[in-house]
Ligand binder design. Structure first.
Ligand SMILES: *[C@@H]1O[C@H](CO)[C@@H](O)[C@H](O)[C@H]1NC(C)=O
Ligand SMILES: *[C@@H]1O[C@H](CO)[C@@H](O)[C@H](O)[C@H]1NC(C)=O
Ligand SMILES: *[C@@H]1O[C@H](CO)[C@@H](O)[C@H](O)[C@H]1NC(C)=O
Ligand SMILES: *[C@@H]1O[C@H](CO)[C@@H](O)[C@H](O)[C@H]1NC(C)=O
Ligand SMILES: *[C@@H]1O[C@H](CO)[C@@H](O)[C@H](O)[C@H]1NC(C)=O
Ligand SMILES: *[C@@H]1O[C@H](CO)[C@@H](O)[C@H](O)[C@H]1NC(C)=O
Ligand SMILES: *[C@@H]1O[C@H](CO)[C@@H](O)[C@H](O)[C@H]1NC(C)=O
Ligand SMILES: *[C@@H]1O[C@H](CO)[C@@H](O)[C@H](O)[C@H]1NC(C)=O
Ligand SMILES: [Zn+2]
Length: 318
């Protein structure tokens, strides 16, 4: 596949900050992020309300005195858990509020689906391992979209390939939001990621400086604070534009060693570009398309990712 060769770039990039080539600090402190990164711009309004999500995270974080919850229980935290599961596609509610404090049957079935998707023991209860998984940083794209999941609990295990770009287009152009002033190191990282995916699809990605004219728009935006959602992708079918957002409030690491709580930019970009290529989430922990940010950084496509991308793209011509 030539994938590993692709990675063995002997470029040692110790670029410190994402936006301006300054100091030697490896990561990108949240305080700087708030100063430089923009608020969620209009073109990104199709994504779920970030204010709403951060409210949920804060509530879940404050649920320190963990207590296993089961059918019939009543706890305030349950309404927030429902909001969480609703945002990621596990409940059917269109309203973003007014969830009750009760452990209801539909909540139980959502928990069961979640446990299946994340390879947890299916207890149907809000148990410690389920709680630990929910509190991990993750991708903002729902696991279940239109009642279809590509994860373990899959209603349908066939990928429905629905391109957002104009039919027949073989070359897509991408651009980083000029307001972010990303460094060359970051732009190089973006290019490597697109190249790596391009090798296994029939599409070519080219960088442009014209943000408004690009097919894939990448922006760091102040999203929901540290942790929580680290980034995601949103599709605008009518414009034929895919927006990639990265939470500027994370401690991003650009090709370096990460400490506890840091988020590796290369890994998150690999993942979100998978969404750009219309892949959904995977239950395989080693896969790039697994939605939760685990400790090890994953920048190589594994068998599961390749198997799924091959279902939708014919690469034999490459
Ligand atoms: C959502 O509603 C549809 C139709 O009523 C149903 O088939 C589906 O199972 C529901 N999904 C969830 C996650 O509850
Ligand atoms: C939530 O419930 C209250 C009281 O039942 C109602 O007045 C309010 O309109 C509801 N809000 C939403 C968004 O459904
Ligand atoms: C599931 O439960 C069994 C028995 O308690 C345990 O050995 C196993 O590690 C659990 N698996 C997970 C993924 O939590
Ligand atoms: C929770 O996870 C740990 C580690 O995977 C496992 O050993 C344990 O059995 C799990 N507990 C339950 C109740 O599934
Ligand atoms: C989900 O369903 C809605 C309504 O049927 C449709 O407009 C939308 O394009 C679908 N989304 C995807 C990703 O298939
Ligand atoms: C879909 O599920 C069926 C039945 O479980 C299985 O035989 C088939 O190999 C699966 N297809 C894919 C592409 O995973
Ligand atoms: C981005 O860079 C340009 C040119 O170097 C500079 O004028 C501008 O102030 C920078 N913007 C931000 C938000 O740092
Ligand atoms: C890009 O679009 C935005 C909003 O649609 C507009 O404010 C801005 O001037 C445009 N920039 C260019 C270079 O056309
Ligand atoms: Zn994702």
């Amino acid at each position: 596949m030539g994938l590993s060769a692709q990675r063995s770039f002997l470029l040692i990039l110790t670029l410190s900050s994402l936006f301006v080539d300054v100091s030697v600090s490896r990561s990108f402190p949240p305080a700087v992020g708030l100063a430089i990164a923009r608020q969620i711009p209009l073109w990104l309004r199709s994504i779920r309300s970030s204010k709403w999500i951060s409210r949920i995270w804060n509530k879940l974080k404050s649920f320190i005195t963990f207590k296993e919850l089961k059918l019939g229980d009543r706890e305030e935290v349950l309404s927030y858990l429902k909001e969480y599961l609703n945002i990621f596609g596990y409940l059917n509610s269109t309203s973003q509020s007014n969830f009750s404090d009760y452990f209801t049957l539909d909540f139980q079935s959502a928990i069961i689906t979640y446990q299946k998707n994340f390879n947890l023991n299916v207890t149907g209860n809000f148990d410690r391992n389920t709680s630990n998984m929910i509190s991990q940083p993750r991708c903002g794209v729902p696991d279940i979209i239109n009642d279809t999941t590509t994860m373990n609990s899959g209603v349908s295990n066939t990928t429905t390939f629905k391109p957002w770009w104009k039919e027949g287009k073989k070359e897509l152009i991408y651009a980083a939001d000029p307001e972010n002033n990303v460094t060359n190191g970051v732009r190089l990282l973006f290019r490597d990621v697109f190249d790596r995916w391009s090798k296994v699809t029939s599409l070519k990605f080219t960088e442009t400086t014209s943000f408004n004219g690009s097919d894939v728009r990448i922006a760091f935006v102040a999203f929901d604070g540290r942790g929580g959602t680290v980034g995601g992708a949103a599709t605008d079918y009518s414009l034929g534009v895919e927006s990639v957002y990265l939470d500027s409030e994370e401690e991003w690491v650009v090709r370096g060693e990460s400490d506890e709580g840091d988020v590796d930019l290369e890994f998150v970009m690999m993942h979100v570009v998978g969404h750009v290529l219309v892949l959904g989430h995977s239950s395989v922990e080693e896969a790039v398309m697994y939605p939760v940010v685990l400790k090890e950084k994953k920048t190589e496509l594994v068998f599961n990712d390749l198997q799924r991308i091959h279902q939708i793209y014919d690469v034999t011509s490459k």
